[in-house]
Design a protein around this ligand. Structure first.
Ligand code: 13P
Ligand code: SF4
Length: 305
């Protein structure tokens, strides 16, 4: 365990107040970053907080598309990232041109896209969705003949099975979640036979098939709290285990695979948060035309969920 740097934490708190800033951290962030955050959450929760906060500055500890989403929802606020090189490889697997071509191939379709996409891709979408509400969004489109669902092929497969809808998908995936293999779950289950298996829908379909429940990161937190089970195998990025343990000190959590670490989520450190607050950068902004279109897709999602 790294010793807490009290002086650094004190400086961050002081500067945060002075700047009228709020620190948002995704559930996969390093423990030291989660510890200084005002709010921790999954993609949907963080978008909602970003849309509501009165703070002037949002320090976003997560990956680039998440900070972009915050800026889309709160353009009057300054959204800064402690490390803008923290991207999401899945989001980078499809660009706006790819989506335009796919839409041209399926002119009757409605386009639904995971929040793990760039602002330019979101601007081409009819609906955005997150892992929390993907099934609800697709279910709300009963009257639509064809549905494009991008960019994650595993999330698309899961949503298609749950909704009974055939979806036109893309070949994107999360390089971190695909590291979790069915053998990992079987091995962990052998050692912990009473443990409930929770997995994220970005996992391989063969992994999803072995799960007791398929949930977003914050939904996993709620499930672990409400479920009488004392042990849980966690099939997502291993950073979530820190939060799960903190929130449920009487329960045990085993990462499905120690290999499931998102290097981009680990780029943010306390030092970088302090520098970001000192210099009020790097700012993440989305041009007005893209922002207005992308916002529509996000608002349609928020209206459904
Ligand atoms: P959540 O919305 O479940 O937090 O997931 C975001 C993400 O990037 C998962 O890899
Ligand atoms: Fe992207 Fe996967 Fe990292 Fe989530 S865990 S931010 S989907 S690369």
């Amino acid at each position: 365990m790294i010793k807490e740097d009290k002086e650094l934490v004190r400086k961050i708190k002081e500067l945060k107040k002075k700047r009228n800033a709020v620190i948002l951290a995704h559930n996969y962030q390093l423990p030291e970053v989660q510890d200084i955050a005002d709010f921790r959450g999954d993609s949907l929760e963080l978008s909602r907080i970003a849309a509501k906060t009165d703070a002037k500055v949002i320090v976003f500890c997560g990956v680039y598309f998440m900070a972009e989403t915050a800026s889309i929802l709160s353009p009057e606020k300054k959204v800064i990232m402690p490390d803008t090189s923290a991207g999401c490889p899945m989001a980078n697997m499809m660009n706006a041109d790819d989506l335009r071509k796919l839409k041209r191939k399926h002119p009757q379709s409605v386009a639904v896209g995971y929040v793990n996409t760039s602002a330019e891709v979101k601007a081409e979408l009819d609906y955005c969705c997150t892992s929390t509400n993907a099934i609800a969004v697709v279910n709300a489109l009963r009257d639509k003949k064809e549905i494009i669902f991008i960019p994650d092929k595993y999330l698309a497969d899961y949503v298609s099975k749950k909704s009974g809808r055939k979806l036109i998908s893309w070949h994107g995936f999360c390089p971190t979640h695909v590291k979790i293999l069915p053998e990992d779950l079987k091995r962990k289950k052998k050692f912990h036979p009473k443990a409930k298996i929770m997995v994220h829908p970005e996992c391989l379909s063969s992994v999803v098939a072995l799960a007791d429940v398929v949930l977003s990161t914050s939904q996993m937190g709620k499930y672990a709290k409400d479920n009488p089970a004392k042990e849980f195998i966690v099939g997502t990025e291993s950073g979530l285990v820190y939060r799960l343990k903190q929130d449920n000190p009487d329960k045990e959590f085993y990462p499905a695979s120690e290999r499931a670490v998102c290097p981009n989520m680990k780029r943010t450190t306390q030092e970088k948060v302090l520098w970001a607050l000192e210099e009020l950068k790097d700012e993440v902004r989305v041009s007005d035309d893209i922002r207005k279109k992308a916002r529509l897709a996000i608002e349609r999602m928020l209206a459904i969920a």
